[in-house]
Design a protein around this ligand. Structure first.
Ligand SMILES: Nc1ncnc2c1ncn2[C@@H]1O[C@H](COP(=O)(O)OP(=O)(O)OP(=O)(O)O)[C@@H](O)[C@H]1O
Length: 566
């Protein structure tokens, strides 16, 4: 896993070494300063030469300036390294998410996904920057400071060394506690996001049912539990900072007392004494860093693991190695003993055999839950049949590249999803890059012309989040306009179940009829009145085809269809 993690550094090795180099230099300078002070007190001060003293002070100041520069570089460029890696990972995660199959999304919770793409990756970014650098620098200053203290006065250094293990244990124990509480906090944030998404996404339903109070209470529970978890983290933080602070002071006081006795007995110079005290600070600082590494590292690693898991989730449906670019399809469709189940247990589609000629309009009817939508979702390969085969123009679906197949299937579904941009953007989604003229023509064919002309901003009208500013009928027509623009040889129409007024319905029907011309059209019909003219009507029941024929013939047969239309 580490190997994979470090592979993300590869494009940024320049930045990495710059950051790392500056951090090492800065660490060395931190070690050098106490020594400089020691030399200053022990050797320069006794000379009584004011000029040399001032020169030394200027030199020291310059070194501080250099160190400030180094630290700034580490802060800016180091974080730049982290954010570069984070951005790359986020791009990959998003790209991957857009390819995952419907079945995966059936089970996913968007709020959690959003949290993953944002928070997990932020954590990884932090570790990417701080991880290697902090761990190394901390170790270097820790060991370096100890060696220097030992060189100044071994007995004093040993006293410090005795107290260190206790401090280390504290740091590790509290670091671990901190990590666990942070993890809990993030999990709470995930719950939070899910709740927010659902409550605000469904705010209209919430209000329609007058359930604001209920939602507020549910939210309050999550909110409270987030607060409690965070409080717990602050408690751990307070105790651990107090212990760390006290630990350092304790060591300093002990060193002061013992050191002073050494100075008085002539075993330690005054400079050495001051330098030693400063080194105690340098020696302790890495402990905080080590604590920080202990705290952020597991979070970053956990985030990276989840990220890897996400990337390792293979899209269930993807291009096979031998898949070809689909040629321009005519639209001869064959279902050959096709069965399907969502959960692998309950069959939804059972052994369907059906041949549809190019250019034919076939309507699918049947009771709710009969499997009409499911059957047609198999054609663009949103789901894969459990058994059996589907071919278009004699080519098995899985023999064609997904994109080249889906490009040739138009889909107008019941609940139209619009993006929060303008009418133009939403229609152009049918074929990105279409010209304004083409977009307007598609809108006109979808019977949107008069409406657009009446809008002060025309195609530039913003449709609101998910198209809330449009009526159901208008949304349907935007979907139809998209299909016109896409101009596919095969069309799947899932008729709107919501009742539209008869004028709108007539307009939409006219638009759909125009759209169907010259294409193989599969219509899922909820209102039987609209499909009288279909070339064939397929009647489904419990995942099977029970009748096929034209309206008149089926009515005459007096079977299921006759009963449905009766
Ligand atoms: N994504 C899904 N995951 C699991 N089960 C599903 C899923 N979608 C549909 N189903 C189930 O599959 C069965 C068939 O549903 P489908 O939507 O295909 O029926 P339909 O004939 O189109 O119904 P309607 O006329 O009401 O739209 C139903 O029992 C439904 O509960």
């Amino acid at each position: 896993m580490l190997k994979e993690f470090f592979s993300y550094y590869r494009p940024w090795m320049g930045l990495f070494w710059l950051d790392f180099g500056c951090a090492v230099l800065s660490g060395l300078l931190e070690l050098a300063f106490p020594l400089a002070i020691t030399a200053f007190i022990d050797h320069l001060l006794p000379q009584g030469n004011w000029e040399v003293t001032v020169l030394a002070a200027v030199g020291l100041m310059l070194l501080y300036v250099v160190n400030t520069g180094l630290m700034s570089i580490v802060i800016y460029w180091g974080h730049k390294l982290g954010i570069n890696i984070e951005t790359e990972m986020r791009a990959r995660a998003f790209d991957h998410l857009t390819r995952l199959s419907w079945r995966w999304y059936d089970r996913a919770r968007t709020g959690k996904l959003v949290a993953r793409v944002t928070r997990d990756l932020e954590e990884i970014g932090e570790v990417a920057h701080h991880g290697p650098e902090d761990a190394f620098i901390a170790l270097m200053t820790f060991v370096g400071a100890f060696i220097l203290m030992f060189a100044i006065n071994p007995q004093l250094a040993l006293i410090v060394a005795v107290i260190v293990p206790a401090m280390l244990v504290l740091v590790i124990v509290y670091g671990g506690r901190m990590t666990r509480t942070w993890r809990a906090i993030y999990s709470r944030v995930g719950d939070f996001n899910v709740r927010l998404e659902e409550a605000l996404g469904g705010v209209r339903v919430v209000q329609a049912f007058g359930n604001e109070k209920h939602e507020t209470e549910l939210f309050a529970t999550d909110n409270q539990s987030y607060r409690d978890t965070k409080l717990q983290a602050y408690r751990v933080m307070a105790v651990s900072s107090a212990l760390q602070y006290m630990g350092l002071r304790l060591v300093q006081v002990v060193v002061m007392v013992v050191g002073a006795s050494f100075v008085l007995s002539g075993n330690l110079t005054t400079g050495g004494f001051v330098g030693f005290l400063l080194l105690v600070g340098v020696f302790y600082r890495p402990l905080e860093k080590i604590a920080a590494v202990i705290e952020t590292y597991p979070r970053g690693i956990a985030g990276f693991r989840r990220y890897q898991e996400l990337l390792a989730t293979e899209p269930e449906i993807k291009d096979g190695p031998d898949a070809i670019d689909a040629p321009k399809l005519r639209g001869d469709i064959r279902f050959d003993d096709v069965s399907f189940s969502y959960d692998g247990a309950r069959p939804i589609i059972k052994g369907i055999d059906l041949a549809i000629r190019a250019g034919e309009t076939v309507a699918f009817v049947g009771p709710s839950g009969a499997g009409k939508t499911t059957l047609l979702a198999l054609l663009p390969r949103f789901y894969e049949p459990t058994s059996g085969h589907i071919t278009v123009d004699g080519i098995p679906l899985e023999g064609m590249k997904l994109n080249s197949l889906r490009r040739q299937i138009g889909l107008v579904s019941q609940d139209v999803f619009l993006f929060g941009g303008t009418l133009r953007d939403n229609i152009a989604y049918g074929r990105l890059g279409a010209s304004d003229g083409e977009i307007f023509e598609a809108a006109r064919q979808a019977q949107l012309g008069p409406m657009i002309e009446n809008l002060p901003e025309g195609l530039d009208t913003v449709v609101g989040e998910r198209g809330v500013m449009l009526s159901g009928g208008q949304k349907q027509r935007v979907a139809i306009a998209r299909a016109f623009l896409k101009n596919p040889p095969i069309l799947i129409l899932d008729e709107a179940t919501s009742a539209l007024d008869s004028q709108t319905e007539r307009e939409i029907q006219a638009a759909l009829d125009a759209l169907a011309v010259g294409r193989t059209t599969l219509v899922i019909a909820h209102r039987l009145g609209t499909i009288r003219n279909a070339d064939r009507i397929v009647v489904m029941q419990e995942g099977q085809i029970v009748e096929v024929g034209q309206h008149g013939v089926l009515v005459e047969q007096g079977g299921v269809y006759a009963a449905l239309s009766g």
